[in-house]
Design a protein around this ligand. Structure first.
Ligand SMILES: [Zn+2]
Length: 194
């Protein structure tokens, strides 16, 4: 057992998890479940810690002057989120591109922006848009493109139980929206085989 004292929010959540266990017909007093409410509370707080972060904090000044005006692509960013309808995970990959106009973003920051929004309760379409708009806001790029491909546990483990369906969503801003060529270049680059 951990000796650190859980904070009030964790304690309140843990009490709710205890009731959830009871509601599911379990006995929260049995040995295997004794610490489960607290562990579940902490896990959920971690998975939703994006609420505690701001764009400014995440970027933390990692914007660099650059003459580069070619497309910057960050492919295959691992993505773990929770669907707001069922509180079940959806997991997949995000691909983010932008066309700089004097400023480029530190590479790890793109992934951190993805995480900040993914670690909230989401639907995939909104998540895609929030990432695109955040990258746009920070970089003032000539265009931003975001594609997310994800598998939703709420589809795979329940409901239609489609094991292999991948949901794809995209948001194109600026040059990616206006120019077919730019959009195609991006889509080709993210889908080329390794
Ligand atoms: Zn769902």
């Amino acid at each position: 057992m951990s000796t650190e004292l859980p904070n009030a929010a964790t304690q309140a959540l843990a009490a709710h998890y205890q009731q959830i266990l009871q509601g599911l017909g379990e006995n929260p007093e049995r040995e295997g479940l004794l610490d489960t409410p607290k562990r579940a509370a902490k896990a959920m707080q971690y998975l939703c810690n994006g609420y505690q972060k701001s764009l400014q904090e995440v970027v933390n000044g990692a914007l660099f002057e650059s003459d580069n005006d070619e497309m910057v692509i960050v492919r295959d960013i691992e993505l773990y989120s929770l669907c707001e309808h069922h509180l079940l995970p959806f997991i997949g990959k995000a691909h983010v591109a932008y066309i700089p106009t004097g400023k480029v973003l530190g590479l790890s920051k793109v992934a951190r922006i993805v995480d900040m929004f993914a670690r909230r309760l989401q639907i995939q379409e909104n998540l895609t848009r929030q990432i695109a708009e955040a990258v746009q806001e920070v970089t003032q790029a000539a265009g931003v493109a975001v594609v997310i491909e994800a598998k939703h546990m709420c589809m795979m483990m329940r409901g239609v139980e489609k094991q292999n369906s991948v949901m794809s969503s995209s948001v194109m801003l600026g040059a990616f929206r206006e120019s077919c060529n730019t959009r195609h270049e991006f889509l080709q680059l993210i889908h080329r085989s390794n």
